[in-house]
Design a protein around this ligand. Sequence first.
Ligand SMILES: Nc1ncnc2c1ncn2[C@@H]1O[C@H](COP(=O)(O)OP(=O)(O)O)[C@@H](O)[C@H]1O
Ligand SMILES: [Mg+2]
Length: 261
Amino acid sequence: MTPAIAAKDLRVSYGKLDVLRGVSFDMAEGQGVVLLGANGCGKSTLMRSLNGLEKLKSGMIHVHGEELSTARGRQLRQIRRGMGYVFQQFNLVPQLNAFQNVLLGAMGRHKMGLLSCLSLTAPAHERERALHCLERVGMADRALHRPSELSGGQQQRVAIARMLMQAPRVVVADEPIASLDPKAGREVLDLLWRIVREEGLTMLCTLHHLELAQEYADRILGMKAGQIEIDAAIADTRTDQLNALYTGMTRVDAKPTEVAA
Ligand SMILES: Nc1ncnc2c1ncn2[C@@H]1O[C@H](COP(=O)(O)OP(=O)(O)O)[C@@H](O)[C@H]1O
Ligand SMILES: [Mg+2]
């Protein structure tokens, strides 16, 4: 079967700094993978590469068999439409209410600008769908609230509803609970994985909690200093091996002297 994501020998550099140093992995359709690694090891750069925004120095990315790394224009937009993102900082539009933010998830399907989300001219079926997505994340009763009137956990629920509205096949979640307290974080993570499983989506999700990673993921990718160190099914991962991702030369910009200190 064609993998949902096939990344081959990805290399990304910022000036002289090599951030991705030959990253390769495949993700089967429907697989839930947690990406682990210390701060500065290149996780977010890898995740940004998967939306075609990072300039690759070399390597290839295929999404459901289509080459992202060389796609342009319409084809690139089409591939991107199938990829949903969830961010640490939620990235909701502060001027719009929860319902309107969720409607934005449909923008890729229509020539619907920000204005139609405000002016109630969005197609009726999309408006119904947006409400349904808010219901799925338990936020229907907050539809008219703006982000500033919602807690962090509630804002991330709205962001998940927006992702659901987009109807992606692949979800990339970069530290989705890093801005939340443990209780809200756990609730949001439960919700995110439940929705991903119910929809049969493929997900790559970064987390900083080894126990949570082992609880939710089918498989772990572990990064250290710009390279994949661990690629293993959950049953085959050992905690000491995961802990080793956080010791020694972990950052891509580490100086050898800093490690010795
Ligand atoms: N836009 C950028 N310009 C220059 N350097 C960057 C940029 N983004 C990231 N880096 C460098 O790449 C390293 C890895 O960053 P990042 O991918 O965000 O790691 P992680 O998400 O694992 O913390 C950072 O420590 C930083 O030195
Ligand atoms: Mg990051």
